[in-house]
Design a protein around this ligand. Structure first.
Ligand code: COS
Length: 395
């Protein structure tokens, strides 16, 4: 069976990774085995706040940060992020969500924030006492991130932001948002697309004048999600992350790391689906024998397991390349593409093996079926990953 614990003997891992995998498994068994899976907005918000606090208390959020900012290791270790996401996703999609958004929402600060900004936000992210959010997409700029229209204009000692950001995970419960906005007017490229220059990154807090949670968004696997808006939103000049005009690159560097971890979460969901399917086919009888005895069942299971192992290999290879300081943009894109698409197929097959039970609310495979879908879209849809791989090949 393709489990993280079997694959820990791969050369991609070192002793601390094996220890972390055991720690994550034990933490999940103690804290998530009987996890509630609320679907109403208030219940989901409360559960996410609770999870962030619990993950912080357990010291697991430290793996989203560098030691200098209250984190676990000198640099963010992509393999540790992946191990934790795979393990948390196996237990509970919301636990994985709460963990990963602390990382995604704070990574622009980790990568490019000033000492003052990092000291103000990051230790609280590690402790689970501040909730982070990453705000890049806009209603008219999703896959084409450079086409964003939100703007930031310098006004003496402050910046004034205008516009809106959508599909902001943790929107509505976040204590701060890393927001990307144009500090220069958009320029067209010869092919008609918008050039990625002139974009900068900022930290915006919910209490800043002109900030609003414009609309809460409800999705098929409920988690806190919102459209946020800025109306002459005034923030101190020091809230600029990195240099002016560097925002797009900061966003891309953030996504490289977190796309790899999305692949790991997909592996966790898929592995859970396989585990549920294995249990089910050994228990369920039909036509006078166990479902497991049919060759058709065995072929399905074989394809599921092989797909998961292949996805895990690509995922941990990408994380390992990143941790070695090698170029890994294409590897991350290949991992996300393969793992999320494979997980979708694996989970669909698990639902099929469960038959009517598989689509009943409350079944693990039904929940997984809803949870996996967004991973093929967020942090770069599968089509964007293909675009990135194609471009890297042609460089
Ligand atoms: N790391 C560092 N720098 C990067 C980078 C990366 N992974 N990818 C691009 N850049 C740099 C480029 O080197 C280029 O810099 P120069 O102008 O100095 O050469 C700059 O950023 C612009 O890059 P590019 O020309 O590739 O930009 P595009 O607008 O063509 O980008 C894609 C296209 C599709 C790659 C980009 O828009 C993207 O990733 N979209 C998906 C966005 C996304 O994931 N949204 C979900 C948000 S989270 S829900």
């Amino acid at each position: 069976m393709a489990s993280i614990n079997d694959s820990l003997n791969w050369p991609f891992f070192e002793v601390p990774h094996r220890r972390l995998a055991a720690e994550a498994r034990d933490w999940g068994a103690t804290n998530l085995a009987n996890a509630a899976h609320p679907v109403d907005r208030a219940g989901v918000d409360a559960r996410c706040r609770e999870l962030v606090a619990a993950l912080g208390k357990a010291g697991l959020l430290k793996h989203c940060l560098r030691a200098a900012d209250g984190g676990a290791s000198a640099e963010i270790d992509a393999r540790s992020l992946c191990i934790l996401r795979e393990s948390l996703a196996w237990w509970d999609g919301l636990a994985d969500f709460s963990f990963s958004m602390q990382g995604l929402g704070s990574a622009p600060l980790t990568l490019a924030g000033s000492d003052t900004l990092r000291a103000r936000y990051l230790p609280r992210v590690a402790k689970g006492t501040a909730i982070a959010a990453f705000a890049l997409s806009e209603p008219e700029a999703g896959s084409d991130a450079a086409a964003m229209q939100a703007s930031a204009r310098r006004d003496g000692t402050h910046w004034r932001l205008n516009g809106s950001k959508t599909w902001v995970s943790n929107g509505g419960i976040a204590d701060f948002h890393c927001v990307f906005a144009r500090t220069e007017a958009a320029k067209s490229r010869p092919d008609g697309s918008v050039a990625a220059e002139g974009i900068s990154a900022f930290v915006v807090e919910p209490g800043d004048p002109g900030f609003a949670v414009a609309e809460r968004l409800d999705v098929m696997a409920p988690h806190p999600l919102a459209r946020i808006s800025f109306t002459d939103c005034r923030i101190p000049a020091e809230r600029l992350i990195g240099a002016e005009g560097e925002g797009f690159k900061i966003a891309m560097r953030t996504l490289d790391v977190f796309r790899t971890s999305v692949a790991a979460a997909a592996c966790g969901f898929a592995r859970r689906a396989l585990d549920e399917a294995l249990k089910h086919v050994m228990e369920r009888s039909m036509f006078g024998r166990k479902l497991a005895e049919f060759q058709l069942t065995q072929a399905t299971l074989a394809e599921m397991a092989t797909g998961i192992e292949a996805a895990q290999l690509l995922t941990y290879r990408a994380a390992w390349l990143r941790d070695r300081g090698e170029r890994f943009t294409a590897a991350a894109a290949m991992a996300k593409l393969t793992a999320t698409e494979t997980a979708q197929t694996v989970i669909d097959r698990a639902v099929q093996l469960f038959g009517g039970r598989g689509v009943m609310q409350g079944e693990v495979v039904e929940r997984l079926y809803r949870e996996i879908r967004a991973l093929r879209i967020y942090e770069g849809a599968s089509e964007v990953q293909k675009l990135i791989i194609g471009r890297e090949l042609l460089k």
